[in-house]
Design a protein around this ligand. Structure first.
Ligand code: ADP
Ligand code: ASP
Ligand code: MG
Length: 603
């Protein structure tokens, strides 16, 4: 007999008939000899409707009241599903988050789960009842009992957290597609079903826009080693398993907030090549990395900064013994980039190399939605007087490129700051990467780009900026510092650009404007008309040419790349918003991800 947590999303419980169909599936699972806890979302688009009502009353509704309102949707579905189960002859009881004892932080509309009481659920299960729990909600404490919600799409997180707390055998997420696909089938019609995916890959995909799973649900599954499967509630097909490596047992106290970082890693076998002032038009990245790939040189990090005037900086790292060849490739393409243009020498493209660098990384699956973690890394390095040359972020890692001489100090101070007892060379996840380099592609149209110009070039500036944003609870992604320095009023300055969720963009701008004279940078520019397209796959590690193929696919569609950022298992490009869908389709095709079977979307 197994203990199973099943979660049904909005469309799966969108009508009375659907609720009855869900009741039948739950009943069948019980009859097969299992104990079942069910988590449900609000019916259909109920939550969207509630949000709309609130914004008709206030442009920025009070967050506590918002939670009071939004949590009502789930209360409707738990009651109806329990009735349907009882009607079908299956004993069941509905429980709100408060009744279960799902205790969260007090951050309304984006609360993280701290603790889940299991006694009451266990009592009902022992009596042979199905427990139907309202997803997406909890309470901030057993003194105030203020209702909190976990953030849109958060019922997935409720389900996996309940599964972890109950030590369930596995957690099933039922939705309106047959499982996890190579792309959103609503945007890419030949998207293909995967039978399995690693947690790390899914974490990236979910965070980069694949809303089939809430990223925090994947984070919990990874931390607690909880087997997770995504399936259609319309069929009996097996769906997609999300595979987690075996984990050390982890305390359930502080469920979503304990220990965000569990390793400090380093890599001193890297060297940096930067191309400065390359023209800002389609095809430059494709050409550069196409050449690099044809020489079989393996590139680790790539970043392309925002353009100042009409040119970009592109920087990348390669293993040390490839540096000479990478530098030669970079030098060789410069004449082609400027052919036909007369450019004054100080504005001409240039190649800059740095041999003695090190990449230091903090890793752990507890960083999503916690901007303070990256900020703490930057300030820890700043306090040690260590300058950060490049930053790369992923859902499970933040990496900084620093001077090689600073590497040992950086590691020591990071281990101390994050209470990690030992550091190590970069290791691969325990799950063997698949032969395919790219598992899936994702599009995020809800991001905005923020550029902060003319930041004094000294240690601690990134720390100040990201701490400021963290104190406003704003998470940043794709952080890119320009490679070039500019002298402004006798001070060397750099630009930093990053992406944030659109809903945080105005808050970020205001916070940065308010601190401008204090920190001493120039203008802050926000652009919301952007799209972020990404490729994800653990098989891209050590396979040259993957990024080049993505850039080439965009170039063929004449799509200009505005920003590039990579981590070990993903490459993301920012392009113009109106080219986002075309970009997604182009890269899906370029990596031959298309399936022959058309995927059924059930709603
Ligand atoms: P639910 O209400 O069941 O939680 P969601 O709407 O939150 O469902 O998530 C399911 C939707 O996620 C699908 O209908 C699909 O359009 C979208 N989606 C985006 N990316 C992917 C992907 N890679 N694989 C499957 N579905 C995806
Ligand atoms: N009903 C909530 C939402 O629409 C939670 C969920 O569906 O996961 O965001
Ligand atoms: Mg969902």
């Amino acid at each position: 007999m197994a203990l199973i947590v099943q979660k049904y999303g909005g469309t799966s419980v969108g009508t009375v008939e659907r609720i009855q169909a869900v009741a039948q599936r739950v009943k069948k699972t019980v009859e097969a000899g299992n104990c079942v806890v069910v988590v449900v979302s609000a019916m259909g688009k109920t939550t969207d409707g509630l949000v709309k009502l609130a914004t008709e009353i206030s442009p920025s509704p009070n967050r506590r009241e918002m939670d009071m309102l939004l949590s009502t949707g789930e209360q409707v579905s738990i009651a109806l599903l329990s009735m349907a189960l009882q009607e079908a002859g299956q004993p069941a009881i509905s429980l709100t988050g408060a009744q279960v004892g799902i205790i969260t932080e007090s951050h309304h509309t984006r609360a993280r789960i701290l603790k889940i009481e299991t006694d009451r659920m266990e009592r009902h299960l022992q009596r042979g009842e199905v427990v139907v729990v309202a997803g997406f909600q909890g309470v901030n404490s057993t003194e105030d009992w203020d209702i909190t919600t976990l953030g849109r799409g958060g019922s997935d997180t409720s389900a996996v957290a309940l599964a972890a707390a109950l030590k369930a055998d596995f957690c099933e997420i039922y939705t309106d597609v047959p499982g996890i696909l190579t792309a959103d089938p609503r945007l890419v019609e030949d998207a293909q079903l995967m039978s399995e995916i690693t947690c790390d890959e899914m974490l990236e995909l979910a965070s980069l826009g694949a809303k089939v799973l809430h990223p925090r649900a994947v984070e919990i599954a990874r931390n607690y080693g909880m087997p997770l499967v995504v399936r259609s509630s319309w069929t009996d097909d097996p769906g997609t398993w999300v595979r987690s490596p075996k984990r050390q047992p982890r305390p359930l106290e502080g469920l979503e907030i304990a220990r965000p970082v569990d390793a400090v890693e380093f890599d001193t076998d890297q060297a940096k090549v930067a191309l400065l002032r390359v023209p800002d038009h389609p095809g430059v990245a494709a050409r550069l990395f196409g050449e690099i790939a044809s020489q079989k040189l393996d590139v680790d990090l790539i970043i392309q900064s925002i353009h100042e005037g009409n040119s970009n900086d592109i920087a990348f790292t390669v293993v040390k013994n490839s540096l000479t060849r990478a530098e030669a490739v970079a030098n060789a393409i410069i004449p082609a980039l400027t052919a036909g243009h007369s450019i004054s020498p100080e504005l001409a493209p240039d190649v800059m190399i740095q041999q003695k660098i090190a990449k230091v990384t903090i890793a752990g699956a507890g960083m999503i939605g916690r901007p303070g973690v990256a900020a703490q890394m930057f300030s820890t390095l700043a306090d040690a007087g260590i300058n950060i040359q490049m930053i790369s972020t992923s859902e499970v890692k933040v990496s900084c490129v620093v001077d090689e001489v600073d590497c040992d100090r950086a590691i020591a101070t990071l281990c101390e700051a994050f209470e990690v007892s030992q550091s190590g060379m970069k290791t691969q996840d325990a799950i063997a990467p698949t032969a395919v380099a790219v598992r899936g592609v994702a599009l995020d149209l809800k991001q905005a780009r923020v550029a902060v110009r003319h930041i004094p070039d000294r240690p601690g500036m990134a720390a100040k900026i990201f701490q400021l944003l963290a104190s406003h609870n704003i998470s940043v992604d794709m952080i890119i510092q320009s490679q070039r320095c500019r002298m402004i009023d006798g001070v060397m300055t750099r630009d930093i650009a990053f992406t944030v969720a659109q809903m945080d963009a105005e808050g970020a701008r205001q916070a940065l404007e308010a601190a401008r004279s204090d920190i001493g940078y120039g203008e802050v520019v926000v652009d919301s008309a952007i799209a972020k397209v990404s490729i994800v796959g653990s098989g891209m590690v050590g396979q040259p040419g993957i990024a080049a193929r993505m850039f080439e696919a965009l170039f063929k569609k004449e799509i200009n790349i505005q920003m590039i950022a990579t981590s070990e298992i993903k490459v993301s490009c920012v392009v113009a918003e109106d080219q986002g869908v075309m970009a997604l389709q182009a890269i899906h095709a370029a990596f031959e991800l298309a399936g022959t079977q058309r995927i059924q979307v059930s709603a």
